[in-house]
Ligand binder design. Structure first.
Ligand SMILES: *[C@@H]1O[C@H](CO)[C@@H](O)[C@H](O)[C@H]1NC(C)=O
Ligand SMILES: *[C@@H]1O[C@H](CO)[C@@H](O)[C@H](O)[C@H]1NC(C)=O
Length: 485
């Protein structure tokens, strides 16, 4: 089977203190979205976003629970987790997105690991599940200097496993792991608060300390890890060259966001049964996605018409790079006209409109399996492959479906198995450029861009049908997601 999925073998040792881990093998999207801080509007900076596909510019618990898929491996958890995205600031002023471990440049994305830690504190508190509607933010985006605030030391960076330091590493490393402990003591009343923080508190002292009397209700202590690969980026002699999407070149402004999307009963099971480091407790208590490739299909289409990856002239959202120690001034109303939230377009969905030129419509990104093809009547593979060439070939074979895969492969058929068909609301993993036209998308690894002959009536692309069902993907990847202990 041909896939370009590469990575490192994950180290899956369970951490100390009784923990289960939500392994978000992939991400939904990188976008200037933050339904906590900027509901209904573009956020001030780009986030890397994992979790349930119900994520949106504004969202509630029901929308999270209505997710059609997730980039994380515990099916009962449809929460969202996000942090700022890291860029390289080149000497010539360009910003270049830094890959997260698992990003392969062909559309597959790496993700993050979320540790659910049990810290009952000295009073052996009962740990409660996150209530429906709960959300929180930790860290301070505008901070550019060390702080003695409670919680400041809960963000950190590791340079090739060394650290953590609150600041971004200042010496050369091949990987940076960015991490954050979210607060775990709740006021017991508010699902959110004006600053999205004050309904929560860190325990006194450290994560295993007592909860303060103002925030007496103990929740799970969740801890995020995102690992960036710095291989190939030249370091300057005078300063480290990386900057977060919020313009933070210090690392002190790293932060994390959480929107609860848990099935409460399942989270309660994890709390009850994984408390003492039970081996394999995830598999015993949750319904797990074991095929990491399935999480790659769970992507969302961009709703802002701005590039956030590759080589960029400026950080999206007009964020100026700041080196501290003064706090950054957040940017307001950056390019408001060009960054309206818009419905997914042909370009953001990666298809070509051939409704009038060829009489075929795009129906979405489905899945394929080299062992048993989705479209079986005819196939051709070449270096000149484009959407148009494939459709012409399938028309010459008289078939109603044309599918493109893996940059240069074209498949034709007359039936589309239901379990391979696109699924509404999700993008799928069709991300590869056509060998014959780099402006067009020709499927992905085990992912097929599907076009269908129009019959009768109007010939319109089905932008709503964008991916496939969660079950039954047939590829797997291993990647370096989690740290070793
Ligand atoms: C996000 O919200 C927009 C506008 O309400 C809607 O059109 C879109 O379908 C939503 N996306 C998801 C994944 O729910
Ligand atoms: C700046 O340099 C980087 C390599 O460090 C390069 O990829 C990028 O294209 C350059 N930008 C411009 C505008 O030339």
């Amino acid at each position: 089977m041909k896939t370009l999925l590469v990575g490192l073998v994950a180290s899956l040792a369970a951490p100390v203190s009784g923990t289960f881990v939500v392994k978000c093998y992939s991400r939904l999207i990188d976008e200037r979205a933050d339904p906590i801080v900027n509901p209904g509007a573009p956020a001030s900076h780009v986030h890397v976003i994992a979790g349930g596909s119900g994520f949106n510019f504004s969202m509630d618990y029901n929308q999270a629970r209505a997710s059609k898929c997730s980039t994380c491996n515990i099916k009962e958890d449809l929460s969202n987790y996000w942090t700022p995205k890291l860029y390289y600031h080149a000497k010539n002023g360009s910003f270049i997105s830094v890959p997260i471990m698992g990003d392969d440049g062909y559309g597959n994305m790496g993700g993050m690991a979320i540790y659910y830690n049990h810290h009952r504190g000295p009073n052996n508190d009962v740990i409660h599940p996150f209530p429906p509607g709960f959300r929180m933010l930790a860290g301070t985006s505008d901070r550019r200097a060390p702080s003695t605030d409670v919680g400041a030391s809960n963000t950190g960076h590791l340079c090739d496993g060394q650290g953590p330091t609150e600041n971004l590493p200042t010496t050369k490393c091949s990987q940076i792991r960015s991490q954050i402990n979210m607060p775990s003591c709740w006021d017991g009343k508010n699902l959110d608060s004006a600053d999205h923080k004050s309904h929560m508190s860190y325990p006194i002292g450290d994560m295993s300390g007592p909860c303060p009397s103002t925030h007496p209700v103990r929740l799970m202590s969740i801890f995020y890890e995102v690992t960036y690969s710095l291989v190939g980026f030249e370091w300057y002699s005078d300063q480290q060259p990386f900057v977060y999407s919020n313009g933070d070149a210090t690392g002190y402004g790293f932060h994390g966001d959480f929107v609860n999307g848990w099935d409460t009963a399942a989270l309660q099971r994890g709390i009850d049964n994984c408390a003492t480091g039970v081996p394999n407790c995830e598999a015993q208590n949750f319904d797990l996605i074991t095929d990491q490739g399935v999480t790659q299909e769970c992507k969302l289409p961009a709703q802002l018409n701005e590039p956030v990856s590759g080589v960029l002239a400026e950080l999206p959202g007009c964020n100026a790079v700041s080196y501290g120690p003064a706090s950054a001034t957040p940017m307001e109303n950056c390019n408001p006209a060009s960054t309206k939230i818009v419905a997914a377009t042909a370009a953001s969905l990666g298809y070509v409109d051939v409704t009038s030129s060829k009489g075929f419509k795009y129906i979405g990104c489905g899945t394929d399996n080299p062992g048993s093809r989705t479209l079986t009547v005819a196939q051709i593979s070449n270096d000149q492959m484009t959407v148009e060439n494939c459709i012409d070939f399938c028309k010459s074979k008289g078939t109603t479906y044309a599918g493109l895969e893996y940059m240069g492969e074209c498949y034709c058929g007359n039936t589309l198995p239901a379990d391979r068909a696109p699924v509404a609301g999700v993008l799928g993993n069709c991300n590869m450029k056509c060998r014959g036209n780099s402006n067009e998308i020709c499927g992905g690894a085990a992912a097929i861009s599907l076009y269908q002959a129009c019959t009768g009536g109007a010939c319109t692309n089905s932008a709503k049908r964008m991916a496939r069902r969660l079950a039954g993907a047939h590829h797997a990847v291993a990647m370096g997601l989690m740290h070793s202990h």
